[in-house]
Structures are given as structure tokens and as C-alpha cells.
Design a protein around this ligand. Sequence first.
Ligand SMILES: [Fe+2]
Length: 312
Amino acid sequence: MHFSIAGTLELAPLSPTFGVDVLNVSAAECAASPDLQALLRAAIAQHLLLRFPEQAVTPDDALALTAAFGPLMDLRSASHVPGRQFLQVLSNGIDADGKRCGDGNNSAQIWHTDAGQWDVPPGISVFYGVLVPPSAPKNGYKNMAQVYAALPQRLKEQIQTLKAVHHMYPRSVDVLVHQKGASLPREQREVGQVQPLVRRHLGSGAPVLYLPSRRDSVILGMPDAASRSLLEELWDFTNQQHHCDWIATTRRGDFVVFDNTALVHNREGWPTSERRDIWHLVTEGEAVTPMFTRKTLNLNSTASVVSEAPAY
Ligand SMILES: [Fe+2]
């Protein structure tokens, strides 16, 4: 089934609930057209992920099209296309002088949201396939609004006003680091950005489950054991919600634009001997808005939800 927005964009669903291919216009055309960009902003608010399949995109196109979704952000620690401040390169390649061509990482990664440890995490994220090897890994995307909707009511009520500290941990999303990386002392895990476990998706108003990737993250007001147990329960539930996933190889030329505020992503690993280059761009998002506050609970609550008098 294909459908169109205002008869202009031809979109083809990639999964039952989110993600579409953009079929009748190229990424380069969209990079040059404010009218098409307005339609794309409406499309991503609704569909959360747009793929322009098998494009030929220049650095200028990639920068212009991504900037249509928000202010470009510079991930300073990343490698860049030379001279292009906002155009990061994810690559495990090594050049003739033995220098890394990118971040030097070909590890499998667990489900995660990008940069929850920042006060304003990325809103829109882009992957563009530049060099794709024979054993190309798959990238996964999971709709965390849909995961939240599937949570048992008991968990929804338990987590609605909880907050977690997203702390810094080197390469914390690598599968092996996730499995084997030792916990930092609690006082270090208490340093980071405090974020709600349930955020409001500002495009749709939907509640989104928003989890730190480290299971040893601190939930405010909880001792370590209880905090870890709850985060493990929430991630175990999330991992089982395969109906919320869209998983595909990023092919050479695929230009994938996705909403980092509503989706988590992951990837498979691939052989070190095979070079893969992906351009990566991000836009500034928003300070994370909690879905539930004491005041909204009082406005909308049933008696079982609110047990304290409001604090004004
Ligand atoms: Fe990521």
C-alpha cells in the first residue's frame, strides 16, 4: 500500500506502525526544496522514520536536507568528512597512512537512544550508506511509544513519575561492554542528566518509554538493587516487543532519517576486515519533557494514581 501527502510525496510503509520509504522524490531534490522539506517534517512527525532508498547524495545535500529538520549538531568527538563540521563519519576503515577513517568501531550495539546524557539530546538522526561491505550489518529501529503502550498497567503506574540519571560510560552501547563492563561507583553514576522514564513525544503527544542504556543507571530515590531490577525488567520487556521493530541493512545510498526522541536503534557487528562507511548527522532536539508530572496526574488522575497532596 502506498499513500501520499497532499498528492506530492509518495510514501510506502516499511512496517505496520512506523517508517516509510520516500519513493517519488530524491534526497537531492528535497535538499533544494523548502516546500518538500515542509512535507517531510510532517511525514516524520507521523511516521518517525523516512528512508530515501539508494540515493546519490553529496555532502552539501546531506547537510541541507538534515538541516531542514532542525539545527545541526556537531558531535565533537566524532570523525568528520574533511572540512565539514557537522558531517560525521562512522567507519572502521584505516587509510594508507594507518590513520582511522572514522570512529574505528565495527562492534554490535544494543538498543539505545543517542546522547540521553545531554540536556538537549539529538532530535533527528541520519545514516547515509557510503561504503557497504559484503557482510553488511543490519540496523534495527524500535518504536518506544508502541513499547510503552504495550507495558502492563502495573509497570506504567510504577514508572510514570520516575527519573533516571543518564551517566557517561565509554562505549556503553557496545554489546560486549554492556555484557562485561563493570559498574562505576554510585557517586559517579549519580553524575549525568536526569531524564524521565516516560517522556512526551512532542509531535504526537504520545508517551514514550525513555530508558538509559546502562542497567546500573541510578533511578532517583531508589537503592541500586531496586533500580537495576526495574531497569532490567523494562529492558527485558522492551527486547521482547518484536512487533515494534523495523530491521534492515543500510544499503549503499540509503538515506535514513529517524526520530531519536521516539525510536531506539541498534546494529549488528561485522568483520573487521570489511570496511563500512556511514555518514551520520544529527539535529538538536528538545529538552526532554516528562509525560507525567504531579500536576498532570492531579488533572487526569484516578484516585489510585495520586496519593499525595499537590505541591504548588
Ligand atoms: Fe547510536
